[in-house]
Structure formats: structure tokens, C-alpha cells
Design a protein around this ligand. Structure first.
Ligand code: NAP
Ligand code: GCO
Length: 267
């Protein structure tokens, strides 16, 4: 029987990686409004401390941790601290991510590996660290932040596309391997969202005109605008809540329609 309380997250412990600002901050804020206790981590201690203050300003008592999610020892230490200080994690969002926009033949193998490390290896490392606790609790929700680049390619983003395509398949594999433990692992594939990560693609040009990529994206998006981090809040709460208990291994694209659209015909 449908109950709107199924969309609530009261008492749940959520960890959102990379959430002192941007998409992670918006998702964690929505989880808090739905009743969850919030833990988040970032690399930069100053940004992390500012994140704690920004949550506080919204009335949210968030627990901030400085942790490099590519480092298995640091991740294990953070998960133990969260278990002691807040409780066993019910909801994990693998959100921390980086991009390097470099043509493939100019890109060093080291840069390629760094992107794969943060965008693909880290979700493996953090998921691996929380799944045993979820199995003990008898339930768990993992949300991997994928991308348009889980489906599409474009110039300069070979490492990012390889990582986000891999993350889509890691999502399906976690679902396959741990679905029988009542763990749901789904992905969210944001469209083009206005955050620091995409700021270079929206820079105003020296002649005052909009960046050509900015114009390209609004033309390619049926909604005719960039997404905002807030556009991801409802979908994330849904995938974190009991309302989605039979949704597993799914990638929910939140893209204003980009993936459905062949693009404008030339005038
Ligand atoms: P953002 O503004 O650049 O924020 C990225 C966050 O990840 C920051 O909090 C950063 O922390 C953290 N981070 C990076 N490397 C880390 C590491 N090794 N360990 C811990 N934290 C780390 O990015 P965003 O635009 O909000 O994107 C968030 C996620 O959505 C990413 O996975 C991104 O690929 C994905 N995404 C973004 C878009 C978009 O259009 N913006 C679209 C689709 C998918 P520090 O500041 O401390 O480094
Ligand atoms: C890029 C962008 C993208 C977006 C996003 C799209 O350079 O094309 O940064 O990759 O950030 O992931 O969904």
C-alpha cells in the first residue's frame, strides 16, 4: 500500500563523498531535509570546514571528514570513525569526481590513471568498505554519480568517459552481487549541471559572448538550460528511500532530455 512516508529517510545514516559544495552538497542537503544524518568527505580541509559551516547555516548538523577516497586505508579509517561517531551507514553516494579535458593523444598515462582512480576505483573502494555493514543491517542503498559520458563520448574526455562508463557497469555488478542482501545500487546520470566542475565550459568570452560550449549545451538540451545541483535532489532522495526498494542496477538520467534528443536540425 502506498505511503508517502516511504520517501522519508528518518534516522538513516548517509555518507556523500565530495560534498562540501556542488552536486554532493545539494544531495546531502536533500537527504537531511528527508530526515537522514549526514556525513560527507572531501580532500581539502579548508573547503571541508567551510562545508560544515554551510550545512550549519541551513540548520544541518553534518559530520565532515577529510579523506582521499582513492586511498583504501584512509577510507577504512573514515568508515570506522563514522560507525563510532554516527552509526553504520545505510546510504552511500559515490559523488566525488574529477575531470581532465585533454585531447587523448596529448594526455599522459598518469593523468588518465588519476581520473580512473578518483571516478572509478574510489567508488569500488568506498562501496567495498560499507557493504559489510549494510549486510549486517539487512539493507543498504548505494548511488553512484555517473554522467552523460556513461553513454556518450566527446573530444578531450577519454579518461572521464572510460571511468563513468565503468561506473555504470560497477553499479550493475554491485546490484547483481549484493541484491540478495537487500542492497540496492543505482546510478544517477546528471546532464550538464552548473557547478565548479563545468565552470570553464560556461566562461563568458573576451568579446562578451557566451562560451560556444554553453550555447551548444542549451541547444542540445530539450529543457534549453543547464541543470542545477537542486535538479538532482528529488531523484537522489527517491533512490535512497524505501520508495525505490525494487529499483536495482538502474541508471536514472537526470539530463533535461539530452539523451532522448537527436539535436536541432541546421536552420
Ligand atoms: P565539483 O564541483 O568539482 O566537486 C567535486 C567534489 O569531489 C569536491 O567536493 C572535491 O573535493 C571532491 N573530490 C575530488 N577528488 C576527491 C578525492 N580524491 N577524495 C575526496 N573527495 C574528492 O563536482 P560536481 O560538478 O559537483 O560533480 C560531482 C559529481 O557529479 C562528480 O562525480 C562528477 O563527475 C559528476 N557529474 C557532474 C556533472 C556536472 O555537469 N557538473 C555532470 C555529470 C556528472 P575538494 O574540493 O576537496 O577537492
Ligand atoms: C564535459 C563535462 C561533462 C559533465 C557531465 C555530463 O567536459 O563534457 O564536464 O563530462 O561534467 O559529466 O554528464
Amino acid at each position: 500500500m502506498f505511503d508517502s512516508k516511504d520517501f522519508r529517510l528518518d534516522g538513516k545514516v548517509a555518507l556523500v563523498t565530495g560534498a562540501s559544495y556542488g552536486i554532493g552538497f545539494a544531495i546531502a542537503t536533500a537527504f537531511a531535509k528527508a530526515g537522514a544524518k549526514i556525513c560527507f568527505c572531501d580532500l581539502n580541509p579548508e573547503k571541508n570546514a567551510k562545508g560544515v559551516e554551510d550545512y550549519k547555516a541551513l540548520g544541518i548538523d553534518a559530520h565532515g571528514y577529510v579523506c582521499n577516497v582513492t586511498d583504501e586505508a584512509q577510507v577504512k579509517e573514515m568508515i570506522s570513525k563514522i560507525e563510532e561517531e554516527v552509526g553504520t551507514i545505510d546510504i552511500l553516494v559515490n559523488n566525488a569526481g574529477i575531470i581532465k579535458r585533454i585531447p587523448m593523444t596529448d594526455m599522459s598515462a598518469e593523468d588518465f590513471r588519476m581520473v580512473i582512480d578518483v571516478d572509478l576505483n574510489a567508488p569500488f573502494i568506498v562501496s567495498k568498505a560499507v557493504i559489510p555493514g549494510m549486510i549486517k543491517k539487512g539493507h543498504g542503498k548505494i548511488i553512484n554519480i555517473c554522467s552523460m559520458m556513461s553513454e556518450l563520448g566527446r573530444e578531450t574526455v577519454s579518461a572521464y568517459a572510460a571511468a563513468k562508463g565503468g561506473l555504470k557497469m560497477l553499479t550493475k555488478n554491485i546490484c547483481s552481487e549484493y541484491g540478495s542482501y537487500n542492497i540496492q545500487c543505482n546510478g544517477i546520470g546528471p546532464g550538464y549541471i552548473a557547478t565548479p566542475q563545468t565552470a570553464p565550459l560556461r566562461e563568458i568570452q573576451p568579446d562578451g559572448s557566451r562560451h560556444p560550449f554553453d550555447q551548444f549545451i542549451t541547444a542540445k538540451t530539450p529543457a534549453e538550460r543547464w541543470g542545477t545541483p537542486e535538479d538532482l535532489q528529488g531523484p537522489a532522495v527517491f533512490l535512497a528511500s524505501d520508495a525505490s526498494n525494487f529499483v536495482n542496477g538502474h541508471i536514472l538520467y537526470v539530463d533535461g532530455g539530452i539523451l532522448a534528443y537527436i539535436g536541432k536540425q541546421p536552420q
